[in-house]
Design a protein around this ligand. Structure first.
Ligand code: FAD
Length: 462
């Protein structure tokens, strides 16, 4: 009897325990279910769908090289998989653990829907440690990043990555598969993703190339990671999000490359931290962790003025060059530099006084690495509403940040209308007396925004 391998955000062959286990028992049927319907499921955003399309095509091509293929189905995952298990007389469904609340719901539902004689076998491998497994002395999962990192580091290095299977036994007959093109995951009119293809190569081979490219310059990571004008970070986030490479593989490759890599590994652990948080707080993407923030006097996003300001933020037309460069990079490539994400998020929340959830949703739709755990923990960190967070009253100054992190080159690339300004002028054209045709004036002055934010905060217990 065959086994199904249920793929989600683990679109790889190497270090993929579900494949390894299923392959050792007999024929394997790899299956991906496009699920927009499981109750409380958060539909994948547009940029993620673009990535998913290419990643699935790449995985199918890789599977065909080893005698297998990818079966595509669409619908409520638990129902679709239970039907497929019946249709193929599968002995088991193997998958990796996922921690988004909708996937946990789907796994529960699947367990009860499975035909007799078919079991659900869940394996670890998408995180350095299974979320929830690193606990305090009293056995509680951590809420704060730093002690979490210290405790997790005690369990490192992770187990050596499993090799990719060299061949997979095919079933006697392949079940029908949807045609990937029929899923219409790619944008058509307008095709806003034209810039994505030159930036990214989704799939396992693309992920491996990114790791190699990064390792060649990993020794500079600590010095360069905050400088948006330089490609100083790994840009592995979408590959890690879609599971095209395992974090254990990244960990071992980084250690083997040598040098001072702790800062990078610490960043990698933020990814584990985000899952550790959503495993404890499934609603973290939509509810403040600190109740006091429930009464925060955010401006009303349905008000015409506020709506226009949110749109200006989305389109990179706030009059703050660093924020605008970041938001335009996001739209054009589906990715934004981490330092600039922090500045842009803080700007929406504190300068425009808009609830973090509005920004979280925009990022969800536009990031190729949109990840429920990482996105929510970072937005709640910025707003001050999270279990581990910056204080609301710490308001980032976008103009100072722009100078401090030497963003002139970055701004020139993404806000070309400012390209002729000098390194000194470009951070704040208005203050330099440069009114550039087509570039907006500041949507709100920094001082005024800061005072308004602090006054709003003072009315709450947050
Ligand atoms: P590197 O610096 O090379 O780091 C290596 C890996 O570590 C990353 O690929 C990522 O998997 C992980 N990592 C690094 N920093 C963080 C972090 N702060 N939180 C979680 N993981 C981290 N990251 C996402 O993967 N998905 C998101 O949806 C997301 N939303 C964010 C929203 C906001 C408001 C902010 C401030 C940050 C967000 N991040 C998110 C975190 C971070 O910006 C990206 O992971 C990072 O920019 C990815 O680039 P990189 O791969 O070059 O990172």
């Amino acid at each position: 009897r065959p086994a199904l391998v249920w793929l989600r955000r683990d679109l790889r062959l190497a270090d993929q325990a579900a494949f390894a286990e299923a392959a050792s028992a007999g024929p394997v049927i790899p299956v991906f279910v496009l699920d927009d319907e499981t109750p409380k499921h958060r539909k994948m955003g547009g940029a993620s769908r673009w990535w998913l399309h290419h990643s699935l095509a790449s995985l199918d091509a890789d599977l065909r090289k080893i005698g297998s293929r990818l079966v595509l189905r669409r619908g409520v995952a638990a129902e679709v998989l239970a039907d497929l298990a019946r249709e193929t007389d599968a002995a088991a469904i193997h998958c990796l653990h996922h921690y988004e609340p909708w996937w946990r719901n789907a796994e529960k539902a699947l367990k009860t829907a499975l035909p007799e004689g078919c079991s659900l076998e869940k394996h670890h491998g998408n995180y350095l440690m299974p979320p929830g497994s690193v606990t305090t002395g009293s056995g509680q999962p951590y809420k704060i990043y730093t002690p979490f990192w210290r405790a997790l580091a005690q369990h490192m290095p992770p187990a050596k990555p499993l090799p990719a299977p060299k061949a997979l036994d095919a079933p006697k007959a392949w079940p029908d598969s949807d045609d990937l093109a029929d899923w219409k995951l790619l944008p058509t009119k307008p095709d806003w993703a034209t810039g994505f293809a030159s930036e990214w190569t989704p799939g396992e081979a693309g992920a491996a190339d990114r790791v190699d490219a990064f390792l060649a310059k990993a020794k500079h990571y600590e010095d360069r990671r905050n400088l948006p004008s330089i490609e100083g970070t790994s840009r592995l986030s979408p590959h890690l999000h879609f599971g095209e490479i395992s974090p254990a593989t990244v960990w071992h490759a980084t250690i083997e490359a040598g040098g001072s890599v702790e800062t990078f590994l610490k960043e990698l652990v933020w990814r584990d931290y985000g899952q550790n948080v959503i495993a404890q707080y499934p609603d973290y993407g939509k509810a403040n962790a600190r109740d006091a923030f429930d009464d925060f006097p955010w401006r009303d996003p349905s008000d015409a003025q506020v709506k226009a300001e949110i749109e200006a933020w989305e389109q990179g037309r706030t009059g703050y060059p660093l924020v605008d460069a970041g938001m335009r990079q996001l739209w054009a490539t589906g990715w934004m530099h981490n330092r600039v994400r922090m500045v842009a998020a803080s700007f929406l929340i504190k300068h425009l006084l808009v609830d973090w959830r509005v920004g979280e949703r925009w990022f969800w739709d536009t990031l190729v690495d949109a990840d429920y755990g990482s996105n929510a923990t970072n937005w709640q960190w910025t707003s001050g509403s999270g279990v581990d967070s910056n204080m609301f009253v710490r308001i980032m100054a976008p103009l100072t940040q722009s100078e401090k992190f030497d963003a002139a080159g970055y701004i020139r690339e993404w806000v070309p209308e400012l390209a002729s300004l000098s390194d000194k002028e470009i951070h704040d054209p208005e203050a330099a007396g440069k009114f550039v045709k087509g570039y907006p004036k500041k949507i709100i002055g920094h001082k005024q925004a800061r005072e308004r934010a602090l006054a709003a905060h003072a009315t709450t217990k947050s």
